[in-house]
Design a binder for this molecule. Structure first.
Ligand code: NAP
Length: 323
């Protein structure tokens, strides 16, 4: 399986890259990855993606993007890339199903995953009361008491979604001030189902077969307490999905890939887009913008290569087609 452009990841960055590459007649392949649609597909409602004045469901936005990319010739592969060899072109990718894919250019848009609390009980009780996706699992917590951890946009947005189902939502935040946008803060403060526990961290998720509560510690006083709950939704940020590229692509100390500002990486022909490179904005719209840039860079890169190869065949040495 050989493609001129292979995109790893199918969130807004990857699908926008595919749309642009497809419209440049490059017939890109998108390898969908572990979470088709990326984080946006697990988001309940998207109110800040331009063009949807009444908001749009995250999954619907993903489906629209995929259909649009497909319409211009994008191909899709439901697989997870397990190995990459970027030491020479074409690049070689190996999927979990053992398929080998080669690529003249690669667009890395593998996104980010929810950061774990890293406390005892969290792993054991995953999917048994611990969830990182309110949109996917909220329904199972009808009339239950649920804890959301974090004070950012995700915690409030997803927490407010959970109030459709739960009897009580307790937001545990490590400070006494929220990071979330003021519009979300106002909605949370006005919602009678929402209560805040300030200056507190979760030190353990409690329960044997299912979550029964969390152990808390006050960050200021050190006081310990137990909060009974049927579910825990940690929303404490994200970590970039970059381990696949360790030792090949340059990354910072927290694992975000590095680019030169034009989506180009340390390896010519490999481009990056979206949450995997952006630790500042992390919005669907900025990821989509990155995807557009990465595809345009890949298109120019391929044109330059073709131009150089053609001239080499003619025995000439030439200046690059695009500088
Ligand atoms: P975030 O903005 O980084 O917020 C993470 C929250 O978790 C912060 O309140 C942080 O506390 C807390 N936290 C971090 N590590 C922690 C730990 N170990 N223990 C306890 N608490 C911890 O992440 P996010 O909310 O996932 O948002 C990510 C990006 O997506 C942002 O750019 C956000 O704007 C965007 N987003 C936007 C929307 C929207 O526009 N509707 C919705 C969702 C997400 P501190 O505040 O003390 O640092």
């Amino acid at each position: 399986m050989h493609h001129k452009v292979v995109v790893i990841g199918s969130g807004p960055a990857g699908l926008t890259a595919a749309l642009y590459a497809a419209r440049a007649s490059l017939e890109p392949l998108v390898i969908r990855g572990l979470q088709p649609g990326g984080l946006i597909a697990t988001t309940n409602e998207v109110e800040n993606y331009p063009g949807f004045p009444e908001s749009i469901g995250g999954f619907e936005l993903y489906e629209n993007m995929e259909k649009q990319a497909e319409r211009f010739g994008t191909q899709f592969l439901d697989a997870i890339v397990e190995k990459v060899n970027l030491s020479q072109r074409p690049f070689v990718l190996e999927t979990d199903a053992g398929e080998m894919v080669t690529a003249d250019t690669l667009i890395v848009s593998t996104g980010a995953s929810p950061r774990k609390l890293g406390v005892p009980g969290e792993e054991k009780l995953a999917n048994r009361g611990v969830s990182y996706c309110a949109t996917c699992d909220g329904f199972f917590f009808r009339d239950k008491r649920v804890v959301v951890v974090g004070g950012g946009n995700s915690a409030l947005d997803e927490g407010l979604f959970l109030t459709r189902y739960v009897s009580e939502l307790i937001i545990v935040h490590r400070r006494d001030e929220l990071r979330a946008d003021s519009v979300l803060q106002e909605r949370a403060f006005e919602n009678s189902k929402v209560r805040f526990v300030w200056d507190s961290v979760v030190t353990e998720v409690l329960g044997e077969e299912r979550v029964t509560g969390v152990r808390l510690q006050n960050a200021k006083t050190g006081e310990k307490s137990v909060l009974e709950a049927d579910g825990v939704f940690p929303y404490i940020g994200h970590v970039p999905n970059t381990s696949l590229f360790a030792g090949q692509l340059d990354m910072d100390e927290t694992g975000f890939l590095l680019s030169d500002g034009r989506t180009r990486t340390n390896i010519p022909g490999v481009f990056v887009a979206g949450d995997v490179v952006d630790h500042v904005y992390r919005q669907a719209i900025t990821a989509a913008g990155d995807g557009c840039k990465a595809a345009m860079e890949a298109t120019w890169f391929l044109a330059e290569q073709e131009h150089a190869e053609k001239k080499a065949r003619q025995g000439e040495s030439v200046a690059p087609a695009i500088s």
